[in-house]
Design a protein around this ligand. Structure first.
Ligand SMILES: Nc1ncnc2c1ncn2[C@@H]1O[C@H](COP(=O)(O)OP(=O)(O)OP(=O)(O)O)[C@@H](O)[C@H]1O
Length: 606
């Protein structure tokens, strides 16, 4: 069977046997890789578990021995045996406590180390994945992977692993002690094991399904939450609150039902197990009581039997509890591992071409075509040569393919066929570092990160000096407004007073690009209209930024288009017109019509 793309499995509750196998193998591989460096500590925790459980199990035996064998000598005036047993009892109890403590501390250390590693790996990986991945995998799901799934793994690693070991061991030790004390208890256990076996099987099946369903809905819940609040402006602007609330409410209700389902499964399982345990304990007490009366068993032995009989089913309960945790951890691990296995669709070359000298910015589309989805071309075979330093305006209706051209040059996506050359080198052969130095894309949103204005300008060149940052800001005309901010370049953009306007954001992002000094610049011109002075400032900043570089501007303003050296009109994934703006206007084609309607709109606005 074909390998299922890992993250595509996420939303499904039931997987085929083959898919389950793949998911398990992936999860185990990840777990092993995370725990391998911690092998020594893990072995030590196991040793501690064995000691602590062994001692805890030995306590009732000591008690029974003390009652049956030291009271008579004590009545005869020999206090030695009883003192020895009591001393041993306390020593064992204290040691059991100490080893348990050491175990908890060590396990927590191990789990925190493992999570630290995993957290870093996931963040790094999320960044390594291509734009394509992030365009389809919502940010809410990434958040869910990095938060709730890791949290589940934390609980599992913190308590689950050593709990599993100690529970299993305590079961084995307790059963052994019971059988050792009285073989009939062993027979009773065998009888009780039959209903417990069926009950546990039933529980495992239903609880696994319920937990998987719960986690799927949980991810949807987080996803919806993040989506709503990432788009809070649109939500408010379009009074989408009621629908958003009801959509969130529906998922929350679904989540409640799924949680109830798993609680119901627990609700049947736990009491049934307790009932079986109580029947077993009662039987042991009746048979043991008669044996004591008949003189074939001593009181101390009966006491120890009762303690063990009371304890013997505890591990089954703990294991089932653990099973729930285990289930969540397994499904979290499946998701995390599938996320980590996702390969970037745009991969860095293994042997990047290194180029000497300053790149000039010559761009060549050599029979390039591209589709986002198979069979639905977004760009038909295109041959296009843009010589170094040329300023190109991309125009066309919405959905025509302008951004697609831009994203290909920035290598957010790889071409489906053909080649895209930058100064004669296929951009797939350039290292990411080199490509990002040579080609910069500025998007409409002009995203600013929390931190100071200077940090934001320095983003792509952290080593840039203050002078260089200021020079870049001056070049694009951002210096004056930055100096007017409360703390100038050190103003924190995440704090009050650090709020900047849309035009100012753009100027900061221009300065950021200026500092990188790329040979090719791609710009999705912002559509938001600014007030006239800011608009002029932005236009001037843009002109200075574009000077001497090859540029592709997805132009929304007529002035930008008319200032360009060349206009490319895109329509349904094809270049239908190509030429200097004046030539295209004279030729009277699609572009000429666009300019007419642009002029008309402006006339209306005026
Ligand atoms: N991530 C994607 N997955 C699938 N199809 C896509 C994706 N991005 C864009 N498309 C499709 O590719 C075609 C070209 O889109 P593109 O974004 O390049 O248009 P555009 O000319 O930039 O439009 P606009 O001016 O509205 O931004 C459209 O039909 C669009 O639906």
């Amino acid at each position: 069977m074909a390998r299922v793309a890992p993250v595509l499995q996420e939303d499904r509750v039931e997987l085929s046997a083959e898919e389950q196998k793949q998911a398990q193998a992936r999860s185990l591989k990840l777990l092993r890789s995370v725990l391998r460096p911690l092998k020594k500590q893990l072995i030590l925790t196991l040793v501690l578990v064995v000691v602590s459980v062994g001692l805890t199990t030995a306590l009732p035996l000591l008690l029974s021995y003390g009652i049956d064998n030291t009271i008579t000598p004590l009545m005869e005036g020999h206090s030695g045996p009883v003192t020895l047993v009591v001393a041993l009892y306390f020593a064992a109890a204290v040691l059991a406590g100490l080893t348990l403590y050491a175990n908890v501390v060590l396990t927590t250390k191990v789990s925190q180390r493992a999570l630290f590693d995993l957290r870093k790996r996931m963040f790094g990986h999320a960044q390594r994945l291509s734009v394509q991945f992030h365009e389809t995998y919502t940010s809410g799901r990434v958040v869910s992977r990095l938060t709730s799934d890791l949290e589940t793994l934390k609980s599992f690693l913190d308590s689950g692993l050593s709990q599993l070991a100690s529970t299993l061991l305590s079961m084995v030790f307790t059963v052994a002690a019971l059988v050792l004390l009285d073989w009939r208890a062993g027979v009773g256990l065998l009888v009780a094991a039959v209903p417990i076996y069926f009950l546990t099987r039933w529980f495992r099946k239903h609880s696994a399904l319920a937990y998987r369903a719960q986690r799927v809905v949980n991810a949807q819940l987080i996803g919806r939450f993040v989506e709503t609040f990432t788009g809070i402006r649109a939500v408010k602007a379009f009074r989408y609150e009621p629908q958003a609330r009801s959509a969130y409410g529906n998922i929350a209700e679904d989540f409640r039902v799924k949680v109830m389902d798993s609680i119901k499964v627990n609700g049947i399982f736990m009491p049934s197990l307790t009932a079986i345990g109580n029947v077993f304990l009662g039987t042991v007490m009746i048979i043991g009581g008669y044996a004591v009366l008949g003189g074939s068993m001593q009181v101390g032995t009966l006491l120890a039997l009762a303690i063990y009989a009371n304890r013997v089913f505890e591990p089954v309960m703990a294991l089932s509890d653990f099973y729930n945790l285990f289930q969540s951890a397994v499904s979290a691990l499946e998701k995390v591992s599938s996320f980590l296995e996702e390969e970037p669709s745009v991969a860095e070359p293994e042997h990047p071409v290194t180029r000497e000298g300053k790149p000039s910015g010559d761009v060549l589309f050599d029979n390039v075509s591209f589709s986002y989805l198979p069979g639905r071309p977004a760009l038909h075979p295109l041959d296009l040569h843009v010589p170094a330093g040329q300023q190109v305006a991309l125009v066309g209706k919405t959905g025509a393919g302008k951004s697609t051209v831009a994203k290909l040059i920035a290598r957010f996506y790889d071409v489906s066929s053909g080649r895209l050359l930058l100064d004669g080198v296929d951009i797939r052969d350039l290292s990411d570092e080199q490509l990002r130095r040579e080609v910069v894309m500025i998007t409409q949103e002009a995203f600013l990160f929390s931190g100071s204005v200077a940090d934001n300008i320095r983003l792509a060149r952290p080593s840039a000096s203050d002078e260089e940052v200021i020079a870049a800001a001056r070049s694009v005309g951002a210096h004056d407004f930055i100096m007017n901010l409360p703390s100038g370049y050190e103003t924190n953009l995440a704090k009050r007073g650090g709020r900047v306007s849309a035009g100012q954001r753009q100027l900061i992002s221009f300065a950021r690009a200026f500092l990188v000094n790329p040979s090719v610049l791609i710009l999705d011109e912002a559509t938001a209209s600014l007030d006239i002075p800011t608009e002029r400032l932005v236009q001037r900043g843009l002109a200075r930024l574009l000077q001497g570089r090859t540029s592709f501007v997805i132009a929304h303003r007529l002035s930008t288009v008319l200032d360009s050296d060349r206009v490319l009109v895109v329509s349904e994934g094809r270049m239908i017109e190509d030429g200097a703006p004046s030539a295209l206007i004279t030729a009277g084609g699609v572009f000429a019509e666009m300019v007419d309607s642009w002029n008309e709109t402006m006339a209306v606005e005026e």
